[in-house]
Structures are given as C-alpha cells and as structure tokens.
Ligand binder design. Structure first.
Ligand code: ATP
Length: 362
C-alpha cells in the first residue's frame, strides 16, 4: 500500500468570527509536510492544532491561504474529494456492526467493487493484527482494540494522508505506550503520510519524524524531535518540551567560537556554544536539568547554590536549588545504582558545558 502524498500549507489563516477582538485560530500558518512522513502538530489546548487538521481534511473552510495535497490545490474542495481520512479521538465506530463490517463500511461508500471488499478487509485486519476478532462488536473490545479497528477503517479506502486527532488520549498510560509503537509500525507498513495531533510532548518526541510546535494560532518551530529538544529556538518551545531552566542576564562578548553569558547578580562568565540565531545584549540562558553537572563546591564550576528539595524519581534524582541571587533551578543527576547522598541544605556547585547552554531572547 503506497499512496503517500506531500502537503503544502501556505499562509493559512482561519477566523471563526469577524470580531477583531478575537485572535484568529490560525494566523498565517505555513508548513510543508513530506510524503510518507509521520508529522506531529504539538501545542497546548486552544493553539489551533485541531483547526489546522480540520482545514486539511476539509471540515473547515480557511479564511485565507492555500492547501495543496500531492500537488493539487484542495482548499476549495469538499472533504470527500480530498484523498484524506481522519481517525477521531472518540473512534466513532458503529456499535451495531462487527469489526469486519465497520472496516467494510467505508469501502462500500467509496464504491469499491463488492468482490474486492473481503480481501481489503482481510488485509486491513492483518495490518492492525485483529484477524481473530473480526466478528466481534465494538462493545466486546478493549479500548486499544477499538483504536485498532478505527485505524483499520480509516486506512481501508487507501487515503494518501491519514489525519489523527489525539487518537490515543482515551487510553491508559500503559496501553497508550503500546499503541504508540503500533501506530508507528502501521504508518511504516502502510507507507503513507500521517499528520498526528497531540498536546503530549513525550508522545510527539517518540513517534514523529518531525514536529511543528504551535502556540496561539502560529507555528513557532518545525524540526526533528532531537532538533526541537536540543535546539529550541523559542523560550516557549524550550519550556513546552521537557524541563528547562532559564537565567536572565547579558551576553558579554562575542569571541569567534562562542559567547559569554553573565547571569544577573552572579559574577561569572559562562561560555556558550555558538548558535547563529543567538540574540545579543539582554538574553536568557536556558539549560536542561540533566545537561548540567553537579560537582563539589571546591571543584571548578559556573554556578553555586543550596539544595532546597530532593526528589527521587527512580533512574535519577532531581534537586531544586537556590542560587546566589535567589534564582531557582532544577538539576538532575542520574542515580546509576546508588542513592544520592545530597540532602536539603547542602551546598552544590554546577558545571555547565558549553553545549548545554542555549541563548534565547529575554
Ligand atoms: P485542544 O487541544 O484543546 O483540542 P486545539 O489546539 O486543537 O485545542 P483548536 O480546537 O483548533 O485548538 O482551537 C483554536 C482556537 O479556535 C481556540 O481559541 C478555540 O476556542 C477556537 N475555536 C475552535 N473551534 C471553534 C468554533 N467552531 N467556533 C469558534 N471558535 C472556535
């Protein structure tokens, strides 16, 4: 099954109301999604993820801009004329039909020749590993099994693009992790483009080839999971994906291979790896808790502080620390089989390797 298609969204805006006081749900959003890509729209509630997905599907008419799928302009076409299908959060299975009948339904609607339907249903059941449950009704299935049926039903008409709107959010954590692996496998086997919506950053990092991080109707950054995590270009992106510390201060100099950052109220110059997009003047230094190194106060260090709280999280221990100028940071140390001897009230010093340090606008 190979029908992958690329998607071009160009300067798409969507307003649900004419009221100029209300910000648009989408504000000049542009994105190119490659064929065969597992592409995720990630962002907090209300940022416009679902609106963008529904605009691609054709359930919403865009107010401005254009959408192309596989080179064809589609933003004026009704949903059924776009080679796109959607898996909804609620599954929306027909309760009175068996698993096989649910999958066959869309094929009958599509007008597939009657003789070809059983083979297609069988192929889809195999794809989601549900052959043994073909005759069951949805009510006789677990949440994860219902999700598989919804996926098979959406893939059966062989869309070029599958849109998935928070499809795993109704599942408990363990099942959700299993279904993440399943989704990725099915996407690779089906060989089509998936556009996946979630507000769960870990899910986005695990599944995606690339992620678009959205806020307030805009895309702030598009990149691979590691680019988004390691090189966030915007404080919101850094903060939304994983834990991060911010220190306000000043960029001191710009030597050839890096920059020096002086945190407010702390007389130390912290070398930062060169980043073409780094601002100058007032800025913030951002670093992930696990990228700093805790050392004893006598050793060379950049920051020093007092541990205020110790949180044991199994593989690691988290320390909430207060720095000299009353700033708080979270630090993380891998446990590596031993329980930490650091206690609240004790002093620590922190080394920040240049590559751990990201410079961002203040
Ligand atoms: P969630 O994660 O909560 O589903 P989302 O990121 O998918 O959020 P959207 O549902 O796209 O966000 O909503 C974007 C904005 O548009 C929100 O401010 C929302 O209130 C508004 N909105 C969405 N649908 C409509 C509608 N049918 N009529 C009016 N406003 C709407």
């Amino acid at each position: 099954m190979k029908h992958a298609s690329s998607i071009e969204v160009q300067r798409v805006s969507k307003r649900y109301t004419d009221d100029p006081e209300v910000a648009p749900a989408l504000d000049e959003v542009s994105v190119s999604i490659r064929s065969n890509e597992f592409f995720t729209l990630l962002g907090p509630s209300g940022c416009g993820k679902t609106t963008l997905l529904r605009s691609i599907a054709g359930f919403e008419q865009v107010s401005a801009g254009s959408i192309h799928i596989g080179g064809q302009r589609v933003d004026e076409l009704p949903p059924y004329k776009r080679r796109v299908n959607t898996v909804f959060q609620s599954y929306a299975l027909f309760p009175h039909m068996s698993v096989a009948e649910n999958i066959a339904f869309g094929l009958e609607m599509q007008g597939l020749a009657r003789g070809e339907i059983p083979a297609r249903v069988k192929e889809m059941l195999a794809l989601v590993q549900m052959e043994h449950l073909a005759r069951r009704r949805p009510a006789e299935l677990s949440g994860g099994q219902q999700q598989r049926v919804a996926l098979a039903r959406a893939l059966a008409p062989r869309p070029d693009v599958l849109l998935l709107d928070e499809p795993l959010s109704a599942l408990d954590l363990k099942l959700r992790k299993e279904m993440q692996v399943e989704l990725k496998r099915v996407q690779q086997e089906a060989g089509i483009t998936f556009i996946f919506v979630t507000h769960d950053q870990e899910e986005a990092l695990t599944l995606s080839d690339r992620i678009a991080v959205m806020a307030s109707g805009r895309i702030l950054q598009i990149g691979s999971p590691s680019e988004i995590y390691e090189r966030p270009k915007h404080p919101f992106v850094a903060h939304f994906i994983g834990d991060i510390n911010f220190l306000p201060g000043q960029i001191r100099q710009c030597p050839q291979n890096g920059r020096l950052f002086r945190p407010d109220g702390i007389p130390v110059d912290i070398p930062c790896a060169h980043d073409g997009d780094a601002p100058s003047g007032r800025a913030q230094l951002a670093f992930r808790p696990e990228r700093s190194k805790l050392v004893e106060p006598g050793e060379p260090h950049h920051l020093r502080g007092v541990i205020e709280a110790v949180l044991y999280v199994g593989t690691a221990t988290l320390y909430q620390c207060r720095l000299a100028n009353d700033l708080k940071v979270m630090l993380r140390e891998s446990n590596e089989g031993a329980v930490s001897a650091r206690t609240p009230g004790s002093s620590v010093a922190v080394q920040l390797p240049p590559h751990a340090c990201l410079l961002m606008e203040a």
